[in-house]
Structures are given as structure tokens and as C-alpha cells.
Design a protein around this ligand. Structure first.
Ligand code: ZN
Ligand code: ZN
Length: 137
């Protein structure tokens, strides 16, 4: 089992990544608050195509404020989100860290979109904090 393998809550959807993650961040944007139902999501960014999901998937698409299309893929049986893509970022896919079998092996490198943080949402204070999304490095 690779480090970046994972599954949904019920186990019918399996995830495997054949390449190392590009980065991981805690994101406090309002979309991630709505998607998670809490203060932030821990998003793991992987090269598009390197993450394969098998199992019954339901796909939801919605338009972001920018006009880009957000595509979100969920296990059709238990509703866990497996993968997220955005037409404005065609080279990457996003996976929520808790989806992996070994989420402790992920090292978030920053807190982003801090300007919309909820007052009680706490992230590792040793990480760099960005008010919005920093430009790609
Ligand atoms: Zn499931
Ligand atoms: Zn976000």
C-alpha cells in the first residue's frame, strides 16, 4: 500500500496516487468551509491524473465566483468526497487529507485564505499564514 492510498468512509471507493503530493495546505476559504462544514479543509494537491479513484462515484459541478467550474466527486454509497478539480487549475487535483490511510504522513506547509478564517478555527501557529492564496512558487 502506497503512502498516498486511501478510501471513503464505507470503503467502496478506493484512492491511489502513484506520485508524491505537490503540496498540502490548510485552506480557510469560504468554499472549503462550506465543503467541510467547519473552519477549514486540509487540501492535498496532486498532479492531475496521478490520483485514481475506483468505485461508485457521483459527480457534482458548480460554478465558482471566478467563472471556473468546480468538479467534486463523492462516493455514491456513503457520500465521502474523494477528489476535487477546478477548471481554472487544469493540472492538479485536490484530495482532503483525511481521505488517506496515513494522513499523519502529510505535512501541510501553509495556512491560506486566512482573511476568511472563522475566529475559533485553529491551525498550527508555526506555519506561514497567507491572507489569500499565494502565487504559485
Ligand atoms: Zn463510500
Ligand atoms: Zn479553500
Amino acid at each position: 500500500m502506497g503512502m498516498l492510498d486511501g478510501q471513503c468512509l464505507c470503503g467502496q471507493c478506493k484512492l491511489s496516487c502513484d506520485e508524491a503530493a505537490l503540496k498540502a495546505v490548510h485552506c480557510q476559504c469560504t468554499d472549503c468551509q462550506k465543503l467541510s462544514g467547519t473552519g477549514h479543509l486540509t487540501n492535498v494537491v496532486v498532479k492531475k491524473g496521478s490520483a485514481i479513484v475506483t468505485g461508485p462515484l457521483t459527480v457534482f459541478e458548480s460554478a465558482a465566483g471566478s467563472g471556473n467550474i468546480n468538479k467534486r466527486m463523492f462516493c455514491s454509497v456513503c457520500g465521502s468526497q474523494m477528489l476535487r478539480e477546478n477548471s481554472g487549475m487544469p493540472d492538479i487535483s485536490i484530495i482532503h487529507a483525511g481521505t488517506f490511510h496515513q494522513p499523519g504522513a502529510i505535512s501541510p506547509g501553509a495556512v491560506v485564505w486566512h482573511k476568511s478564517a472563522i475566529s475559533w478555527d485553529y491551525c498550527d501557529p508555526s506555519l506561514p499564514v497567507y491572507e489569500v492564496m499565494p502565487p504559485p512558487s
